[in-house]
Design a protein around this ligand. Structure first.
Ligand code: DC
Length: 261
């Protein structure tokens, strides 16, 4: 079983930036599980399936191929063979993915895809339920939080950087709504896993948070060492869900760029 680092926490807490940088420094695979929920939302949006029809949603997703690949710096998100990484970060997809994520059948399907990624090598996986449900036996579990103002500022900056107008109060409302849904759902709610290291990123530099996570990883007795990921061969997700090439390795140590989460 490959060494797994999970990073869970609410939206825009800095999980993606942290997880990418940690994966890059350790040369582990980077697994953005939110991207799978977002790609599934994109598919349903394009198919015109109603969100109040769980059976149609299940059928649609059963016929959908989803996969992740690439390096932490250039992550690919495969939906039926097409890389949709550039299309899944809109507010509409955020909202729809959060609603989809409350549906048990959707979670089962996506959790299965996530677990299969462990066969590809040591990984850093970020999301909401990685330490609690997807990889409850992960070697290192992190819960990264930040106050809602810090998170809203981060998300607004990121949206603006992509040319999407984002008034701060609107972004904050949207985050608060998604938080409530993610924390309040009965299936795999957002919460710290037992034994998780709690990190508050409010007002802190991303670099310091990354260093803190790296320290926790490096002292773990099972830590295989940086570059351990090189021994794994790229592959496809099992269960017939593979669509793109397997994840690649980071080209070398170095900071990851700031990204959404
Ligand atoms: O991390 P993100 O914002 O890209 O995630 C999009 C949505 O998917 C988010 O509202 C919560 C959901 N999600 C989830 O429920 N479980 C995960 N492991 C990852 C994401």
């Amino acid at each position: 079983m490959s060494f797994v680092v999970t990073i869970d926490g609410p939206a825009a807490a800095g999980k993606s930036t942290t997880a990418r940088a940690v994966a890059s420094r350790l040369e582990f695979l980077y697994v953005d599980t939110g991207a799978l929920y977002r790609a599934a939302a994109l598919k349903l949006q394009a198919s015109g399936v109603a969100l109040d029809d769980p059976r149609a949603i299940e059928e649609c997703l059963a016929a959908t191929r989803l996969d992740l690949s690439g390096s932490p710096e250039h992550a690919h998100v495969w939906l039926d063979g097409a890389d949709v990484a550039g299309e899944i970060r809109t507010p509409a997809v955020s909202e729809m993915s959060s609603r989809l994520a409350a549906m048990p059948a959707v979670r089962r399907r996506l959790q299965e895809i996530q677990r299969a990624l462990r066969d590809r090598g040591p990984l850093v996986a970020e999301g909401r339920d990685l330490g609690t449900v997807v990889f409850p036996d992960a070697e290192v579990k992190i819960f990264l939080d930040a106050d809602v103002e810090t998170r809203a500022r981060r998300r607004a900056r990121e949206l603006e950087g992509r040319g999407i107008a984002a008034p701060l109060d609107q972004v904050q409302d949207e985050l608060a709504r998604r938080d409530e849904r993610d924390r309040g759902r009965s299936d795999s709610p957002l919460r710290p896993a037992p034994g998780a290291t709690m990190i508050d990123g409010s007002g802190r530099d991303a670099e310091h948070v990354v260093d803190e996570v790296l320290q926790v990883v490096r002292v773990h007795p099972g830590f295989p060492g940086a570059r351990a990921g090189r021994v794994a061969h790229p592959g496809r997700a099992s269960g017939g869900s593979g669509a793109g090439p397997g994840p690649g390795r980071a080209p070398g140590p170095g900071p990851a760029s700031t990204t959404s989460d």
